[in-house]
Design a protein around this ligand. Structure first.
Ligand code: DP6
Length: 345
């Protein structure tokens, strides 16, 4: 803590990520019930500029958040809670007078969760104030305390969060980079994010994690997640896309099945989600195209496919899927190289 910068302006851009093996269920202070693996995205990102000053006269942080030029007092409690969680290692946050101007590359109401990209960008800002934003394990630990999935966004290509026998060195307290263990076919995957429905979800991810505590299928779920991580540990370096795709789809449907088996049960898929899934599977069976779907905790489809299938998959989107997208909206994303510090002149 010797290199704290007492005031300044810092800007970081950090990407969203899409989990292939999902984090769903947590314990303690933001610790995962099972290990997860995600691909780091690129086009879907948050850029946050922080103008701050450490004011020794303050005993609690003074936070202003502005999204696309509009003040967002509703976001402040979550940031305050985050600061509270990190204040043991970063006591300066209690004296932070900070204004965060943030912008998502994807529309705010697109139904894409911004917590992973926003919280990882904020973790980078905090770690840079503390003078160690290059220590990605620490940035990841800090990001985790803001939002679980955020801890995976700090690495290029892909990341593993949660202790797994498939990934030596993996831990519950922070994510590790998986890029070195990923065959080139995985590092150049693309993700077409098909927006089925935008707007606020009826059950938040945080509430969904909570419902796992009494879900009767939870122990089986946690075991299956680890089994799939063991398989991923083998197939990521080998480049076995078919097995990867099968895991990807099983995980998506299992995540939503867990929601349907919660008490109370709930459903986040829309009719368009189901129809698209059927069409994607039929297209793959008919044409042999390597294209797979996944879902996060919402109705939108992530279409995962290798670079080499781009033309065929864009044809599939245009001819068969776009009609189910709200206002024809989709985001043409791909695996990316992680966060970037932005030097504004
Ligand atoms: C379905 O990271 O949004 O996207 O830790 O409460 O902020 P909090 O939850 P969050 O949960 C993400 C759940 C998921 C799966 C995943 O990203 O692994």
């Amino acid at each position: 803590m010797t290199h704290i910068k007492p005031e300044g302006t810092l800007t970081w851009q950090s990407p969203s990520n899409i989990a292939i093996v999902k984090y769903w269920g947590k314990k303690g202070v933001q610790l995962p019930e099972n290990p997860s693996f995600s691909l780091t995205l690129s086009a879907a990102h948050t850029r946050s500029k922080a103008v701050y000053r450490i004011d020794p006269g303050l005993d609690s942080p003074k936070i202003t958040i502005v999204l696309d030029g509009v003040d967002q007092p509703d976001f402040v409690p979550r940031i305050s809670q985050f600061f509270q969680r990190i204040s043991d290692t970063y006591p300066f946050v209690n004296q932070l007078d900070i204004r965060i101007e943030t912008h998502n590359s994807f529309p705010h109401s697109s139904g894409i969760a911004s917590s992973a990209s926003a919280m990882s960008a904020l973790a980078l800002i905090i770690c840079e104030i503390a003078g160690h934003s290059e220590d990605l394990a620490e940035v990841s630990r800090v990001a985790r305390l803001g939002s679980g999935s955020a801890c995976r966004s700090v690495y290029p290509y892909g990341a593993v969060w949660g202790k797994s026998g498939g990934f030596p060195g993996s831990k519950d307290t922070f994510a590790i980079g998986a890029g070195q263990r990923m065959h080139d076919v995985f590092k150049s995957l693309r993700d077409a994010i098909l927006i089925v429905k935008s707007g606020k979800k009826q059950v938040s991810s945080s509430a969904g994690h909570g419902l796992m505590q009494h879900n009767p299928y939870a122990p089986t779920r946690y075991r299956l997640a680890e089994e799939r991580m063991l398989v991923l540990g083998d197939i990521l370096p080998a480049g076995d896309l078919e097995t990867f795709g099968a895991i990807c789809e099983r995980e998506a449907l299992e995540l939503h099945a867990l929601m349907m088996c919660s008490n109370p049960p709930y459903l986040l898929m829309e009719a368009g989600t189901v129809e698209m899934i059927k069409r994607i599977q039929a297209f793959r069976n008919d044409t042999g195209t390597a294209v797979y779907f996944t879902l996060d905790a919402g109705p939108n489809i992530h279409l995962i496919y290798p670079d080499s299938e781009q033309e065929r998959v864009h044809g599939l989107i245009r001819d068969e899927l776009l009609e189910f997208c709200e206002n024809g909206r989709w985001i043409d994303d791909h695996v990316g190289t992680g966060p970037e510090k932005i030097n504004l002149s």
